[in-house]
Design a binder for this molecule. Structure first.
Ligand SMILES: [Zn+2]
Length: 142
């Protein structure tokens, strides 16, 4: 496994805690719930290994990654019941391969356009709300 001491997905330090809480580990990834709940149920699926590009994943790892993403998205969908989930892979500022799973609602925030990565006005959920939502999602991943 590759590890980068400067990467918060590898170190799981305060920089990560500030942005999200862990929902649970999956097969080759870990699922996190965003503290900013502008989009209720917004999560990140991050590869456990520090790799940069999708093509850096071996065949088995890539298939496991797709399965993890599908399982996570289904669990989020069941809990939040959005109109659609958006899948965003960027990584300009942290190249550790990860995917944003962003539930969207028709006539809701940013419907029909790109979700805002870091909105100026965030809807920060309380730790209690986040833990409850994470528990609901985790329950559907068993
Ligand atoms: Zn990393």
């Amino acid at each position: 496994m590759s590890h980068d001491a400067n990467c918060f997905y590898c170190t799981k330090d305060a920089r990560l805690d500030e942005l999200m809480i862990e929902v649970c580990p999956l097969s080759v990834t870990t699922l996190y719930l965003f503290r900013d709940q502008t989009h209720r149920g917004r999560c990140i699926v991050t590869l456990n290994d520090h790799k940069k590009e999708l093509f850096d994943l071996g065949g088995d790892e890539r298939r496991a990654w797709v399965d993890d993403v599908a399982r996570a998205a289904k669990a989020i969908f069941e809990v939040v019941q959005p109109s659609k989930i958006n899948y965003g892979a960027f990584g300009d500022k942290n190249s550790h391969f990860h995917l944003h799973l962003v539930p969207k609602f028709e006539a809701g925030v940013a419907w029909g356009s790109m979700f805002e990565m870091s909105p100026a006005e965030k809807k920060l959920a309380s730790s209690e709300e986040l833990r409850a939502l994470a528990a609901q999602i985790r329950l559907r991943l068993k």
